[in-house]
Design a protein around this ligand. Structure first.
Ligand SMILES: [Zn+2]
Length: 338
């Protein structure tokens, strides 16, 4: 036997403005708290929480005794169901705290929907037009409330946008964007950022060395690093050294699978020897995003405005005139080997 739910249309098409509002809630998951905007909907016959949302935030769900199909008001089965699990989650709305019980469903547009069971249980007074909830039942004043009995709704667009930001934030923080650094010598220094917004981390020499005028030397840092996946580490000159001492850095690409010691190739373009002292900041390490693309062979390449002109050819008058004369065979030069 199936139990039938008539889940009202608000969940899939929000057209009636006066029977639902958005409010901010705080859910206490097993590992963390989540602040999210949810919908209070007098048209929903149950209280729902999104399935994907539960797994994303480690909200524990338990198998329901019976599997329930969800039907829309017009009798069509809803894509939300079937409902196989429920979730019990401590939930705050303003200073109102309770143990909320949700049906776990696939909610297309929401994370949490509080419907009739919640509305009747707490018999809160809702001014739908004003977006104002007052918890004044005996149950609430005795068990649920810590302070003020009133909570205000927030505009729906704002609520949705904030929810997207919360979800996006989690996706971002899941990927560890940090650079792992291993000291190969106790005296080695972990790279440091000069300022919070600095693009790179300064790399420190762990030896003293003289870079001869017009020459270059390899200077040891005695650290090895692993840049995050999808990035590489670039060793770039520090601008102060470049300007004041004509010091450049050569060969600066660290692949994410290179596990060896980071050594900095310092070139002295000046006419005086340059002394690197142990502990000096000698270069900066910048983490750059890359596209992991493959090369493949083709017979011809698509024509471009720059064409075969070499270094420094863009932005010159010659380049501009070349740009205005298209190759007559342009359309036949398209890559046809794909
Ligand atoms: Zn209550």
């Amino acid at each position: 036997m199936r139990n039938l739910y008539a889940a009202l249309n608000n969940m899939e098409a929000l057209n009636n403005e006066n029977d639902h509002i958005m409010v901010t809630i705080r859910l206490h998951g097993t590992t963390r708290q989540i602040t999210i905007n949810e919908m209070i909907d007098s048209g929903a016959t149950k209280d729902f929480i999104d399935k994907g949302f539960c797994s994303k935030y480690n909200i524990r769900t338990t198998q329901a005794r019976t599997i329930r199909e969800v039907y829309l008001a017009d009798g069509r089965p809803s894509a939300m169901g079937p409902i196989t699990h429920t979730a019990k989650v401590p939930m705050d709305i303003g200073s109102h705290r309770e143990l909320a019980i949700f049906q776990v469903a696939k909610l297309p547009n929401h994370e949490v929907i509080l419907g009739m069971p919640w509305l009747t249980q707490h018999s809160s007074r809702i001014d739908w037009g004003q977006g104002k909830i007052t918890f004044e039942s005996e149950r609430c004043t005795t068990w649920c409330l810590k302070e003020s009995p009133t909570v205000y709704a927030i505009p729906e667009d704002e609520a949705r946008e904030e929810n997207l930001k919360v979800e996006f934030g989690v996706a971002q923080s899941k990927k560890d964007q940090r650079v792992k650094v291993k000291k190969l010598d106790p005296q080695a220094k972990i790279p440091t950022r000069g300022s919070a917004q600095a693009a790179g981390h300064d790399l420190y020499a762990n030896e003293s060395k003289t870079i001869p005028a017009q020459g270059q030397e390899v200077v040891r840092t005695t650290i090895s690093i692993t840049p995050p996946r999808g990035t590489y580490g670039r060793i770039a000159p520090r601008s102060g050294m470049a300007v004041k001492h004509q010091i450049a850095v050569n060969a600066g690409v660290i692949d994410s699978d290179y596990t060896g010691e980071i050594k900095v190739v310092i070139a002295n373009m000046g006419n005086q020897d340059y002394q690197v002292k142990n502990g000096d900041r000698i270069a900066q390490l910048i983490t750059e995003k890359i596209v992991e693309s493959d090369c493949y062979k083709v017979r011809t390449l698509k024509n471009t405005n720059t064409g075969q002109q070499g270094f420094g050819s863009t932005g010159t008058s010659k380049a501009r005139s070349a740009r205005s004369v298209p190759e007559p065979s342009e359309s036949f030069n398209e890559d046809r080997t794909r």
